[in-house]
Design a protein around this ligand. Structure first.
Ligand SMILES: [Zn+2]
Ligand SMILES: [Zn+2]
Length: 240
């Protein structure tokens, strides 16, 4: 398979719950014709499978070694899929650690543990408060994370907990943060159209948890085309 994108910014490895090693993901990326691959495992806020702070240093060192080894074949970036774990947009990794990565992606998953107890109730337990309220809180958290100036891309917005896409996309457009169209969880058509109307720029990514899925964005691309998104707005699509 030759990938329609030149850069896949969202791939997981055995450091979190992916099946391949960093090197296996890089080899798969070269195989499918990518120019850039980011290794983006879950941040430490994911208790079950996030990369613990104690392991992050080793991972960054491994990526640096492989970056050098494959520098004539592909650009390798150290990234992570941080979780937005605070209503104020706090990520699950201290700033001093975020600086060690080439790129920081931000998303949210139900299994991430919020920094503060109050955020636990407001962000993560939809059964206890009205779904609309949870969605408003999540929207505000994502917008604050975008405004924090650290994020390169928001991963799968609207997945797990719906957000007000207009507000999220408007903030992303204003702060030059990309919105991901994720191949495992493509955005709903209505959200894609709302995001596009805000003038946001999109990136397609595989969210591969196995090397064989690196560069695979067929479902994400289909969703984007169905929503009528102009290809010029998808920044990592190869030019025809
Ligand atoms: Zn994710
Ligand atoms: Zn992911």
């Amino acid at each position: 398979m030759i990938s329609p994108i030149f850069a896949d910014y969202h791939t997981h490895t055995v450091y979190s719950h992916g099946k391949g090693t960093v090197e296996e993901n890089i080899l798969a990326a070269i195989e499918c014709g990518l120019c850039t691959i980011a290794i983006a495992d879950h941040g430490p806020g994911q208790l079950a499978h996030g990369v613990k702070l104690s392991k992050i240093r080793a991972q960054i060192e491994e990526i640096a070694r492989l970056k050098e080894k494959y520098k004539h074949k592909i650009q390798v970036l150290a990234s992570l899929e941080a979780d937005i774990t605070g209503l104020d947009g706090t990520l699950d990794l201290p700033d001093s650690w975020q600086e060690k990565f080439d790129l920081v992606l931000g998303g949210y998953h139900r299994t991430a543990i919020p920094r503060k107890k109050s955020d636990l109730f407001r962000l993560q337990i939809p059964g206890l408060i009205a779904p609309d309220r949870v969605s408003q809180n999540m929207t505000s958290a994502v917008v604050h994370a975008i405004e924090g100036g650290r994020l390169f891309m928001v991963t799968h917005p609207g997945e797990y907990i719906p957000v007000d896409m207009q507000q999220v996309a408007r903030a992303a457009a204003l702060h030059d943060v990309y919105i991901e169209i994720n191949n495992k969880h493509p955005m709903a058509q209505a959200d894609l159209k709302i995001a596009a109307a805000q003038g946001v720029k999109f990136l397609l990514s595989s969210d591969a948890h196995h090397p064989k899925n690196v560069g695979r964005v067929d479902r994400a691309l289909d969703a984007a085309m169905q929503a009528g998104i102009d290809k010029s707005r998808i920044v990592n699509l190869k030019k025809e």
